[in-house]
Ligand binder design. Structure first.
Ligand code: FES
Ligand code: FES
Length: 198
């Protein structure tokens, strides 16, 4: 019988296990002895994380989510679906919102990664962070880091998004608590503050 387990130390976070072998869900390949040897091969990854250079040895196909959460202790990005569908794991890579659960180490080599922990400046919360607090735009908060970073990429490109533009931009970030109306209000408030109150 197969049992689904979550293993933060596995390169993809999720494996399906039975008594004899492991199957990797993302490639659906049964692990042969060769693949097991490949699995332990590591690369030296260099990238910028929240403004500071970072270097660490990781498996080439380790997901960025586990590099951040398990290897570097930045637990702001969350593990939701593990398949790029919910947005809970969203971080910025070179200014674009990416799903860190399906982004591999190789894909961030030499790039700039920003997590929710890196959004505040000099101890001051980003206007989006403040607006989410003011509007109480969350319940459990699990989706919030991904929501804020996804909204950040909208406000970087569109200073005065309409309600419809906000809805379109955020529609692939899921909130199981149904906080969407307050999330939209928070993004509108942040947009006004970032525009100097206009
Ligand atoms: S955990 Fe990455 S998109 Fe859901
Ligand atoms: S606040 Fe709970 S999932 Fe969004």
């Amino acid at each position: 019988m197969k049992v689904r387990i979550i293993d933060a130390n596995h390169k993809h976070g999720v494996v399906i296990q039975d008594k004899q072998f492991f199957v990797r869900t993302t490639r659906n390949v049964r692990a042969s002895p060769v693949r097991k040897m490949e699995a332990v091969m590591k690369k030296n990854l260099s990238f910028t994380l929240n403004g500071a250079p970072r270097q660490l040895a990781v498996e080439e196909d380790r997901a960025l989510l586990w590099i951040l959460r398990a290897d570097l202790g930045l637990t702001g990005c969350k593990y939701g679906c593990g398949m790029g569908l919910c947005g809970a794991c969203t971080v910025l890579v070179n200014g674009e919102a990416v799903r860190s659960c399906v982004t591999l180490a190789d894909e961030v080599e030499g790039k700039e990664v920003v997590t929710i922990e890196g959004l505040a400046r000099n101890g001051n919360l980003h206007p989006l962070q403040k607006a989410f607090m003011e509007h109480d735009a969350l319940q459990c908060g699990y989706c919030t880091p991904g929501m804020i970073l996804t909204a950040y990429t909208l406000l970087m490109k569109n200073k005065k998004p309409s309600r419809e533009e906000i809805l379109n931009h955020m529609e692939n970030n899921l909130c199981r608590c149904g906080s969407h109306p307050r999330i939209v209000q928070a993004i509108q408030t942040a947009a006004v503050e970032m525009n100097g109150g206009k």
